[in-house]
Design a binder for this molecule. Sequence first.
Ligand SMILES: [Fe+2]
Length: 461
Amino acid sequence: MLGRLATIGARCPRVARIGNRTNNHLSSRQFARNLASVASIAVQTSSTPHGLDAKSPTRPRHVESAPSFHPTPRITVPALDSPLPKIIDGSLYVPTRSGWTKASGRWLRDICSSPQSRNQDTSQRQINVLKLGKNCDVAGVSQLGDSFQVTFADGHQSLYSMASLMDRSNPALKQKRAGVIPIITWKASIESQPPTVEYANMPSVSGMKELMTKLRTYGFTFIDNMPATPEASKQLLETIGPIRNTHYGGFYDFTSDLSSKDTAYTSESLEPHTDNTYFTEPAGLQALHMLSHTDGSGGESSLVDGIGAAEQLYEQDREAYRILSQTSVYAHASGNDGISIQPAFAFPTLSHDPELGHLIQVRWNNADRAGVVAEHDELDRWYDAAAKFDALLCDPKNAYWFQLKPGKMLIFDNWRVLHGRAAFTGKRRMCGAYINRDDYISKFRMSTLSEEEIRGSTVTG
Ligand SMILES: [Fe+2]
């Protein structure tokens, strides 16, 4: 919701470590090197295929393309000439960044999906390779079409598809895990055709897929032609995921009376912001449905694409982007009696996926900002960078303004899209809710991936 719901943070400890003040003096080049050092995998792109070295047919080319931070996801697909696992001298070998290596018996047993190893209903592991010891040693392997049958020292046999053995080094797996798809950044001109889905289609599988895909692509969508009631709003939101409870409650239905001691409950204007910056994990989705507006006018809403604005900053001033990505900032929620919430630790304004490098969360709330984790002599650099980002967020070219209406619910990604509001007169009744990001991404994956893709990006790797 508007300002009442103020701030949370992504759990990216490696990114957070990069963002601590000991690194604030780094040059861009040093920063890039540090990023490379924290990356646990190399990002493989179609332009840098993980192919065989011509001089040594059994040795894959060394790929050293560690991620660098950037605003938008770079979707990768496995290269057609990727080397495949193979049997050498009776053992199963898998390609790595630095050459071929014998597949770990414990890893193979660990990802075994047979009924003896996995509960077939919950996909939970029901063996412990840490206790199986030498029983996990590979005693034999044979190729059966596109699969390998592995026999372990204790006689257990497992079948592995080529794909499941390749997943571990495949960035596409990580993208499926995290629900990463190509995104479309936007500006005020999205006014001409904002992403919208019909309420009547929502009960269907295809309707939910459309909703989830538009949310992941644009960061927001409207649900049109729905009943202007809290009951219908709550019911629809619960089909996405459980409604999140906070110190403001769960599903809300309120009028502008400041009952929750937050500016969102007033009739004042609100600058573009994300909610929950004061939580360790801010809500993933937020829904707003205006049920009525009587005896007054105004109150137009605004949305700004945080990734789009970050993309502009990245192009205009790479150093400012770096500062906002490295400098952690605290936030607080203190307005309610008995409440003083702060995140477990400070998060940077721009948080990136530590493996894939793209921006996954924007945390921005001027009203709720607390301490900036920087030395006195670094503060003005942070304020300068923040001012540039603020200018982009408030640039009329970037802000999409519209009027909420009864029967048209807005749902947006609180990790990506900032929301704001103009002042209004009269009485407005609003309802809405938060949904956790993990529940949102779970619904996205379940709505858009095949069973095989879900299984492949859950258990293996
Ligand atoms: Fe808000």
